[in-house]
Design a protein around this ligand. Sequence first.
Ligand code: SF4
Length: 332
Amino acid sequence: MDNTTKIVDRFGREHKYLRISLTERCNLRCFYCMPEEGVKLREKSCFMTSEEVIELAEKFVALGVTKIRLTGGEPLIKKDIGNILSQLSKLPVELGITTNGVLVDKYIDTFKKAGIKSVNVSLDSLKEDRFNAISRRNYFNRIKSNIDLLIENDFNVKVNVVLIKDVNDDEITDFIDWSIIKPIEVRFIEFMPFDGNKWNWDKLVSNKKILETVHSHYGEDYVEKIKDKKNDTTRSYRIKKAKGSFGIISSMTNPFCDTCNRIRLTADGKIRNCLFSNSEVDLLGALRRKQNVEQLILQSIYNKEKQRGGINNFETSDFVLKDDRSMVTIGG
Ligand code: SF4
């Protein structure tokens, strides 16, 4: 494979952004992501070892990947996460991590050594009781103080909020008020269907509904549109004179697939060419059998659907989820 090879799909989209899920385990039990009892634990041999994570990452980078984000489950519960971060930091990539924030205080220096600048923290409520009810654990204050710790240490902090009707959609302006006084980017994520999360269209708080709420509360003149970058998944805004900003990730009502450059590698070493596509290819098995992994990567992405894994009936009554993965086993 010569070094000019790029990872391009049949619609001409070049893929340079790899999201690696390091584990299916998590120290939270958010009801829209993970079954209460957790996911069925499998043999250790089913999952990528740290060496295999690095080896596969190197192959993706050789094919043009320039950005890697680590996800999970919760990546910080992965035993040798420090070693993985330091190894990946040697690659010519922008390195980022998405975490639930519980263990962040233990890794501030590790993040700095690995050259991580951007940390995404999931926090679905600013109300302690409600957060503990959603996550089924009592880590609210620890996560809040860890977000402040990241800000104090000059990390770019994005706070991911999965909005669900009648669960936390009454906190939209509370989160935005927070972005007015703190240099954070709050990102409202439209609720998406994955195995076991009892999703339906009526529970979704749409991009349109969020903007209506914002404009009626702050007044349209006080809401500035921030220019989005080419591959951005977020449509970003700022309240005039705010320290931070907010954005909307609208995969369901206003998808952004035209400029998609994302590839997912699951903790068990499967490449997923789209968040919603369950046509996975087993790279880990091929790697262990010393087969041509690069060819499998190129073919998997070439076969990618134009939009949302080819699903276009989410809002209709005959939509049936044909995916056997819960969000925790994909990594978002
Ligand atoms: S739904 Fe699939 S194609 Fe669309 S942006 Fe997400 S990963 Fe890309």
